[in-house]
Design a protein. Structure first.
Length: 220
């Protein structure tokens, strides 16, 4: 059983075939493993409960005077497919009209606390190959990608992954420089989710799960 929805190739069919059963979070994983030869009777689709506190209101949006931009990368064990720590040198270039939250992956975080309150507070999310990509989109948040730091590595190391598909198909908002990423963040804050994002989400969330591309989280 994985802790997230992300695809870093370590759960592909040939790697997990020796298990009697494998738990997957979302329909796309069931489809992928079936195509890779894992019989459906060995695949247990458990859903993805991490976001329940956000959709159910037990974690609510904090009060902020400015738009909140969350940087939530994947962990350093995923190098070179992570933008952490390379992205940190750009943090001081974000405009002061935004509140910038830098939230390391639980693997690199004291206490291993998951990214939840930060997602509730965010108005846009920058990430790389983390499951936070899908979580942000499911909450109706713009997902932004620092392609200049990770795109080539992701396409080379994880070529047949869902993550590589996002980079190849330019799902979300992709940038080649920090200036472009800041500009696209400003634009994305005023845009509805794209058709590509909506199509992607249909494979990662059952219609009954509550994923809301136009979400409004409870206030403080």
């Amino acid at each position: 059983m994985s802790h997230g929805m992300g695809d870093k190739r370590w759960r592909d069919g040939p790697r997990i075939d020796y298990f009697d059963y494998v738990c997957v979070s979302v329909p796309r994983w069931t489809e992928k493993l079936t195509e890779q030869g894992i019989p459906t009777q060995r695949i247990l689709e458990t859903g993805f409960s991490k976001l329940d506190p956000l959709f159910q209101g037990s974690i609510s949006k904090s009060s902020h005077d400015k738009k909140v931009i969350l940087y939530a990368p994947t962990h350093t064990a995923s190098a070179p497919c992570t933008s952490y720590l390379d992205f940190l040198i750009y943090l001081n270039q974000f405009p002061s009209c935004w509140t910038l939250l830098c939230c390391a992956h639980p693997y690199n975080r004291p206490g291993n606390r998951p990214v939840l309150q930060e997602l509730a507070d965010a108005d846009a999310v920058t990430s790389d190959g983390s499951s936070v990509i899908y979580e942000a989109m499911s909450l109706g948040l713009p997902a932004l990608f620092p392609d200049w730091l990770v795109r080539e590595a992701i396409l080379k190391k994880w070529p047949h992954s869902f993550t590589a598909e996002i980079y190849r198909e330019h799902i979300g908002h992709h940038s080649e420089t920090i200036d472009q990423l800041i500009h696209k963040t400003s634009e994305a804050l005023n845009q509805a989710p794209s058709e590509k994002e909506r199509v992607l989400l249909t494979g990662f969330f059952r219609p009954s799960c509550g994923a809301n591309p136009a979400r409004q989280l409870p206030g403080p």
